[in-house]
Each structure stands twice: as structure tokens, then as C-alpha cells.
Design a protein around this ligand. Structure first.
Ligand SMILES: Cc1cc2nc3c(=O)[nH]c(=O)nc-3n(C[C@H](O)[C@H](O)[C@H](O)COP(=O)(O)OP(=O)(O)OC[C@H]3O[C@@H](n4cnc5c(N)ncnc54)[C@H](O)[C@@H]3O)c2cc1C
Length: 439
């Protein structure tokens, strides 16, 4: 029998972020018969494109299958990367050494872009420059992090710092890790407030946002496209698909190229200020080096802890998965042995077969997707780049644009192999742990 005492009486099976900014019902206006640009998906990617296009004077309609902001953009961990992922995972290598400098430059640019955008548009998103701590799960990972710190500072110019285990308590109130790495150029935000602020800005620029308007198909015509949605048909000159981990049968060619993987997050009840100050003294974003990594952070108001991970081999209800998340919290922070949870939720990240994001054109339709769990800055940036491309205003093509977008013959969009990959990662982590104990 599951232990229900881990749930606070106010527990809800819903994102913590939605308390401040829930997804929005916006179906009061009819869909138009025609539009200049139809955007599928009201996450940051779609909204970012809509803002730029509407500002340029085009008629823009954003359609979402659910309430506005129902996808990952209001469920996310809200950790804003300055471009580490492509470097740390080695994914940049698919671009070849000759393009490496451009890849690192663009990754960094996504961070500058989102930081400037939030400041310029005055978006209420609780944007905080706090840095990120990466904890070494086993001693060998500390050496790997050291090499990565070197790589990051030489290749991307970000400020990194190694924290030996003896000094770890200055960064995190835990003895679980074997030291770690700090990246100073790293931010956190409130994902749902960011989505809401983006919706407001897009509307102010003249974009039209429609919820509960699932797109069923997109057909090419001699004048553009006819988009069939559950609320009617629209003729559009251009279409952008910005559906990332929620890409469905409406675009089968793209669905075969992104693998939706559910990630599960919980929020604790408010913790005493002295406990928060002990466990996260600098209020940093945090994660560790496990293959099935834990990512965790304080809420923007610094009152509680949020932790996300892959919940197990098979998908489950977020409330059931919450037991596993809490076990991980208590493992990292034994001082939270009595802490209860107030929220649990999940959302889909979009993995790609080459581990890098893609933008491009498929059968005339623009797309930007495949953020591989690293989309706060990236999705915002790719949406903007797609808009610039349509407007003919790019200074140069984006490095993520127009590359082959791989799929596999065995994959049609149903992610049957995810449990196998998860089980493999689980085994590797267990093996790493055992090897470290034996050493
Ligand atoms: C739990 C979780 C934690 C994460 N943490 C981080 C993090 O800390 N840092 C980070 O950088 N990234 C993180 N990510 C990834 C990041 O949130 C995503 O990359 C980003 O939100 C993608 O934005 P998007 O606009 O491309 O897609 P989404 O926000 O997912 O929006 C896609 C939208 O498309 C709509 N849609 C799909 N099909 C249709 C259709 N046929 N018709 C109409 N609408 C449709 C969906 O309803 C959805 O609203 C996390 C993701 C998850 C799920």
C-alpha cells in the first residue's frame, strides 16, 4: 500500500506553476477563414514566433489543442541554460568540428536572447540569475565534470568553477555528491508566468490566440495551406508547427522524428527559511550526473524545493510517481525526512535521434522542435528564428536550420523504446554506484 502521509492535505495533482498562472481557456472568438501565418502550439516557441510576426504587421493565429500553454512550457523546471547541454552531452559533434564554433556561439546566443527579451519586453517571469550546480554522482564523475568545466570555459566562454567535496556544503546542504561544478551564467524562471507574460505580449502585438483548437491536418494548396482544426478550417499563407513533445498525428512526418518522454516533477510544502538557506544557500538551479538525472531548484520565492526526474521504466500517474521523487529528495537531503508534497505533475520533453534541436521546412510547413529537455531558451530562440526566416530578416541561417532531421524505420511516433532506454540508464546508474562503493 502506498504511503499517503507524504501528501500535504492541500496536495494537488497539477503543476505548482499553475497556482500563479494556469493555462488559459480562449475560445470565445471564432477562428478566421484566412490568416497570414497559422502557428500550431502555444508554448514559448509558438508564442515567440507569433510576437515577431505580429509586430511585423502580419495576421497571426496561434492554435492550441488544449488550453493556452498546456504543454511543457508551463510544466517545465524553468532552468535557463547558457548552452551547456550540447557541449556536455557531446551532441555538438553531429555538426562536425568545422561548425563547432557556430554551434557554441548559437547555444550561448539563445541565453543572451531570452535574457534580453525578458528585460526588453518587461516580462513578469521571475527571471533570476542564480547559476547552476552540477553534483558528481560518483567520484569518477567529478573528474569528468572537471574536463567539462574546462571544455565549457574554453569553447563557450561561460564562467565555471569546480567545487571539491570538502567545500560542497557551501553550495548544497547535502553530502551525497562527490563535489561538483558551478556554472555561473545560468538562470531560473517561473515557466507558467513566462508563458502568460508571452501571451499578453503577443496579444498586444496583435496576435490572435485560440485554445481548444486541435489541428487535425495541414494540406498544401496553390495559395498556401488549408488547416483543418476541430473548430473549423483556415486558409493560411504560412504554417509553423511548434508542438515539440506533443507533436501528434496532424503532422505524421514530424511525429516520426521526435520522441516524447515524460518527466515528473514534485513541489514540497513550504520549508522553514533556515532549512532552505541550508539546502540551497545560493538558490541555484541544480542537477546531478546520473544518467537518470535529478534536476532540482528552489521555487522563485525561495520557499520550497522542486525536483524532477524520470519516474521509472513505465509511465504512471504523477501522484504515484511522486513517491519516487520524494525518495530522491530525502536521499539527497536527509534533513527533509518529514517533508510532505503539495504538487506533482508531468510533461513531455521531445528527444531527437541525433540529440540536437531542429528547425526547418517539411512539405512547405515550417517547424521548430526537438529541444531534448533543454527548451526554455532554445524554444524561445527557435520560434523567433523561424519568424525572422519567414520575414526574410535573418542575418544568416540558424545553425539548427535545415539539417537532416533523422528518424528510424522502426519508429512511427509511439515511443515504445523509452522503457527499454530508461531501464538501461537505471542499470548503468546502479552499476556506477556499485563500482564507486567497491573502489
Ligand atoms: C517536466 C519538464 C521539465 C523541463 N525542464 C526544463 C528545464 O528546466 N530547462 C529547460 O531548458 N527545458 C526544460 N524542459 C523542456 C522545455 O520545457 C521544452 O523544451 C519547451 O517548453 C518546449 O516549448 P514548445 O513551445 O516548443 O512546446 P510546448 O510548450 O510543449 O507546446 C507545444 C504545444 O503544442 C500543442 N499541440 C500539439 N499538437 C497540437 C495540434 N495538433 N493542434 C494544436 N495544438 C497542438 C500542445 O497542446 C502544446 O501546448 C522541461 C520539460 C518538461 C516536460
Amino acid at each position: 500500500m502506498a504511503d499517503d502521509s507524504i501528501f500535504h492535505p492541500d496536495f494537488v495533482n497539477r503543476p505548482y506553476w499553475w497556482d500563479a498562472a494556469p493555462p488559459e481557456d480562449a475560445r470565445e472568438t471564432d477562428l478566421p477563414a484566412e490568416t497570414d501565418v497559422l502557428i500550431v502550439g502555444s508554448g514559448w516557441c509558438g508564442l515567440s514566433a507569433s510576437l515577431e510576426l505580429a509586430r511585423a504587421g502580419l495576421r497571426v493565429d496561434v492554435l492550441d489543442a488544449g488550453p493556452l500553454g498546456y504543454g511543457a512550457s508551463t510544466r517545465s523546471g524553468g532552468m535557463v541554460s547558457s548552452g551547456q547541454k550540447l557541449v556536455l552531452t557531446g551532441a555538438w559533434k553531429v555538426f562536425g568540428e568545422e561548425n563547432a564554433a557556430r554551434v557554441f556561439e548559437t547555444s550561448q546566443e539563445t541565453f543572451t536572447f531570452i535574457s534580453d527579451l525578458i528585460a526588453r519586453e518587461n516580462l513578469d517571469a521571475d527571471y533570476q540569475h542564480v547559476g547552476r550546480f552540477f553534483g558528481a554522482y560518483v567520484p569518477a564523475h567529478y573528474e569528468r565534470l572537471k574536463r567539462n568545466a574546462e571544455l565549457l570555459s574554453t569553447r563557450t566562454g561561460v564562467t565555471t568553477r569546480m567545487v571539491p567535496k570538502a567545500e560542497q556544503r557551501g553550495e548544497i546542504g547535502s553530502d551525497v555528491y562527490h563535489g561538483g561544478m558551478v556554472v555561473e551564467d545560468y538562470c531560473g524562471l517561473h515557466p507558467a508566468k513566462y508563458n502568460k507574460a508571452f501571451r499578453d505580449a503577443a496579444r498586444q502585438a496583435g496576435a490572435h490566440l485560440h485554445s481548444h483548437s486541435a489541428v487535425r491536418s495541414i494540406a498544401r494548396t496553390d495559395k498556401g495551406f488549408v488547416v483543418d482544426s476541430v473548430r473549423g478550417r483556415i486558409a493560411a499563407k504560412e504554417v509553423i508547427v511548434a508542438t515539440n513533445g506533443y507533436t501528434d498525428r496532424a503532422v505524421p512526418e514530424l511525429r516520426r522524428r521526435v520522441i516524447p518522454v515524460a518527466s515528473y516533477i514534485v513541489a514540497t510544502e513550504p520549508l522553514a527559511p533556515e532549512v532552505m538557506a541550508e539546502i540551497m544557500p545560493h538558490r541555484r538551479m541544480m542537477s546531478d550526473t546520473r544518467r537518470e538525472l535529478n534536476y532540482f531548484r528552489p521555487s522563485p520565492d525561495g520557499t520550497r524545493l522542486l525536483l524532477g526526474c524520470r519516474a521509472g521504466v513505465f509511465d504512471k500517474d504523477p501522484k504515484d510517481a511522486a513517491h519516487g521523487n520524494l525518495a530522491r529528495i530525502r536521499h539527497i537531503f536527509p534533513q527533509l525526512a518529514r517533508t510532505r508534497l503539495t504538487h506533482a505533475w508531468s510533461g513531455n520533453v521531445a528527444m531527437t535521434f541525433d540529440h540536437v534541436p531542429h528547425m526547418g521546412v517539411s512539405e512547405g510547413v515550417h517547424y521548430a522542435m526537438g529541444c531534448n529537455g533543454n527548451g526554455v531558451a532554445m524554444a524561445t530562440y527557435l520560434g523567433h528564428q523561424t519568424a525572422l526566416k519567414i520575414l526574410g530578416r535573418q542575418n544568416r541561417p540558424c545553425i539548427f536550420d535545415g539539417r537532416p532531421f533523422p528518424t528510424r524505420p522502426y519508429y512511427t511516433g509511439v515511443p515504445w523504446m523509452v522503457p527499454l532506454a530508461t531501464a538501461w540508464y537505471h542499470l548503468c546508474d546502479a552499476f556506477d554506484g556499485l563500482r564507486a562503493k567497491a573502489a
